[in-house]
Design a protein around this ligand. Structure first.
Ligand SMILES: Nc1nc2c(ncn2[C@@H]2O[C@H](COP(=O)(O)OP(=O)(O)OP(=O)(O)O)[C@@H](O)[C@H]2O)c(=O)[nH]1
Length: 320
């Protein structure tokens, strides 16, 4: 959706229904769409974070309803109960970050017209709804991936141009990022690389899940970016890669499931590392420490090998 500059923020006060991916679409249409409200301006957007998830009412075997978000008004300096209210009345407020509570913020980045909104609307299940144009720019829902529920809030608020505050905010707020380009537009592909660099700068020490998405793969005749170029870019920028077609709903579900898997894999490996470090520190002798040190040097020399392995795995969204 191409909006005039400023439109995206202006739309933030609108409400958005949550519905399923295509496979469940017909079934979901009969159910009540879940709605959420968004902040009206920058002040409220700032105040609105972080929300907390509380509810997951079953909508379909694969997709579930997610908690509603209520932005704070000026008079509400901090929400009494965490800023989220579930559709059911029994909101439970817990301490800890959103990601600790299993709510993940996924931010879409990319040039104008590459298909960010189309992908987000498919995720939100509202692409064919008459209210889609009226709706806001965030899409929240819970999805079941590998038999485990995860709640995602997908933010389609990125704006190219000179809204520095919004851009900085986008770069900092995400638990995961989807950088979209159009395979029919080389400039958008180059922009995707720039965005990856910007993101790396903004989140230097962090290992955030990022998926590079080549959208519009259905437009075969006007393709300007090959699959190989996309994959090579993902390897260089150390992120995952997938081609999608929002028009055909191709790979869109895999994309959002993939982002959940990438988030989980990092979370698991962080926990494993912490556990391993604690154990190692306790037991490690000097000779073992020396071995580990040498191991690291050898690993550095094997970078070329690592590159090859990575290029094979960058399209596999279920591994690190
Ligand atoms: N053929 C084809 N068209 C697509 C696809 N995805 C999006 N489009 C079309 O491309 C145009 C732009 O799509 P949007 O989803 O609005 O793109 P956007 O990135 O949100 O654009 P901005 O809101 O301007 O940043 C629309 O006309 C879409 O229908 C796709 O996979 N295939």
């Amino acid at each position: 959706m191409t909006l005039n500059r400023g439109d995206k923020l202006r739309y933030l006060d609108k409400r958005r229904g949550s519905m399923p991916f295509a496979a469940h679409h017909a079934q979901q249409q009969q159910q009540h769409p879940h709605r959420r409200s968004m902040p009206v301006d920058e002040r409220e957007l700032r105040a609105s974070l972080p929300p907390s998830p509380t509810d997951g009412q079953q909508l379909a075997p694969h997709l579930m309803r997610c908690a509603s978000y209520h932005p704070f008004t000026e008079d509400e300096a901090q929400p009494q109960s965490g800023g989220w209210a579930s559709d059911s009345s029994d909101s439970v407020i817990s301490s800890g970050s959103d990601s600790e509570r299993g709510l993940y913020k996924v931010v879409l980045l990319g040039e104008h017209g590459v298909g960010k909104t189309s992908l987000a609307r498919i995720f939100g299940g509202v692409e064919d709804c008459p209210e889609a144009e009226e709706a806001g720019n965030t899409y929240d829902r819970s999805i079941v991936v590998d038999d485990e529920e995860a709640s995602l809030v997908v933010f389609d608020i990125w704006e190219q141009g000179d809204n520095q505050w919004l851009q900085n905010h986008c770069m900092k707020m995400g638990d995961a990022y989807i950088i979209v380009y159009s395979v029919t537009d080389k400039v958008s592909f180059e922009k995707a690389s720039e965005l990856r660099i910007q993101l790396r700068r903004a989140r230097q020490a962090e290992d955030i899940p990022i998926i590079l998405v080549g959208n519009k793969s259905d437009l075969v005749r006007s393709r300007e970016v090959s699959v190989e170029e996309g994959r090579a870019c993902a390897v260089v920028f150390d992120c995952k890669f997938i081609e999608t077609s929002a028009a055909l709903h191709h790979n869109v579900q895999d994309l959002f499931e993939g982002i959940v898997r990438q988030i989980r894999l990092r979370k698991d490996s962080k926990e494993d590392n912490a556990r391993r470090m604690a154990n190692t520190k306790r037991r490690e002798s000097i000779s073992q420490k020396a071995k580990r040190f040498l191991g690291r040097i050898v690993a550095k020399n094997n970078k070329k090998m690592a590159f090859k392995v990575k290029s094979k795995s960058c399209h596999d969204l279920s591994v690190l």
